[in-house]
Design a protein around this ligand. Structure first.
Ligand code: ATP
Length: 305
């Protein structure tokens, strides 16, 4: 049996002349924290709104636990919780009263309400009317609401919006804890690279309505080797050898006493041979990778914001 919780196949969305999604495919597996990343206007919210059932796809399928969302929404969306943009609450009711209403709908108990209020640090404000909550407080209450009753899959659109750095940190901790300790799978969008890198095990990079990369962050970055750093007994001599025999590697001396060469793994056999022949064997070698940011900037043509 497949461990896919969410599968998106050939998802296309047109808003009149705007081609917001151009046939995207992605799979979110049980137990993962999947980051959906892309610059403004890439189509992240549109995808999430379709998964949440708020917008109809022009073409393509969304399957939750293998059940087609369009064919049987009730069965497919069992165990799915979504939080899209700023959550709507009853403004004149307290935070706790709001959660209690949603808890009844989600089949969760009062202990879960108290636990989650504590977890999102709203216990002190639980009796205050939500209309007086700040944006960050509403966002935290929204996350608590999404986690009521331990859903299988939680889909969050820009969950760090409106949170201060301490709030973001707590939110990451909460997501990690729910994932590790309670097996909740997360699918979350963000345009903040840092969030994604710290939190997610898999990512999909969306750009102009198309998925331009998908996979584990380490795997994506391992394809982003830009060069190597070498340690040799005499770095200046090693550099001179490489400048003469491998000019395309643009060997240069770095301040830490290593020799930096540009290129991918295909240069390594010739590099080792040249240095060995010159009596300057490589003592240590490290790959140099593009940073996640540089990698994404490259993929999205420098428009990540
Ligand atoms: P952001 O990070 O800015 O929220 P996003 O990746 O979530 O961006 P979407 O909001 O999904 O992107 O927008 C994708 C494209 O679809 C954009 O060109 C947007 O202008 C367009 N779009 C979204 N909703 C509508 C709508 N209701 N009517 C017309 N065009 C829309």
């Amino acid at each position: 049996m497949s461990d896919a919780v969410l599968e998106v196949r050939g998802l296309t969305k047109r808003y009149g002349a705007v081609h917001a999604l151009k046939g995207i495919d992605l799979t979110v597996r049980q137990g993962s924290i999947y980051g959906f990343i892309g610059p403004n206007g890439a189509g992240k919210t549109t995808t999430i709104r379709i998964v949440a059932g708020l917008v109809r796809a022009t073409e393509g399928d969304v399957l939750l636990h293998g059940v087609d969302l369009r064919k049987d929404r009730l069965a497919a969306a069992k165990g799915l919780r979504t939080l899209v943009e700023v959550p709507a609450f009853y403004g004149n009711l307290s935070g706790q009263a709001n959660l209690e209403i949603f808890a009844r709908l989600a089949g969760a108990d009062r202990a879960d309400v108290a636990r989650l209020l504590e977890r999102v640090r709203l216990t002190h404000a639980k009796d205050r009317a939500v209309r007086g909550y700040s944006l960050g407080m509403r966002q935290r209450l929204g996350i608590a609401q999404a986690l009521l009753g331990r859903p299988d899959l939680v889909v969050l659109d820009e969950p760090m919006n409106g949170l201060d750095p301490a709030g973001m940190h707590e939110m990451r901790e909460l997501i990690r804890e729910e994932n590790r300790e309670h097996g909740v799978t997360f699918f979350l969008s963000s345009h903040l690279l840092d969030d994604i890198q710290r939190l997610c095990d898999r990512i999909g990079v969306l750009h102009k309505g198309a998925l331009v990369a998908e996979g584990r962050i380490e795997d994506l970055l391992s394809s982003a080797v830009t060069g190597f750093r070498l340690r040799c007994a005499d770095p200046a001599a090693a550099r001179a050898v490489l400048v003469a025999s491998l000019p395309e590697a643009k060997a240069r001396l770095d301040g830490d006493g290593t020799v930096h060469v540009a290129g991918d793994a295909s240069i390594l056999p010739r590099l080792h041979r040249a240095l060995l022949d010159a009596g300057q064997p490589v003592v240590e070698m490290y790959p140099v990778r593009a940073s996640l940011e540089a990698y994404f900037l490259d993929l999205t043509e420098g428009v990540m914001g």
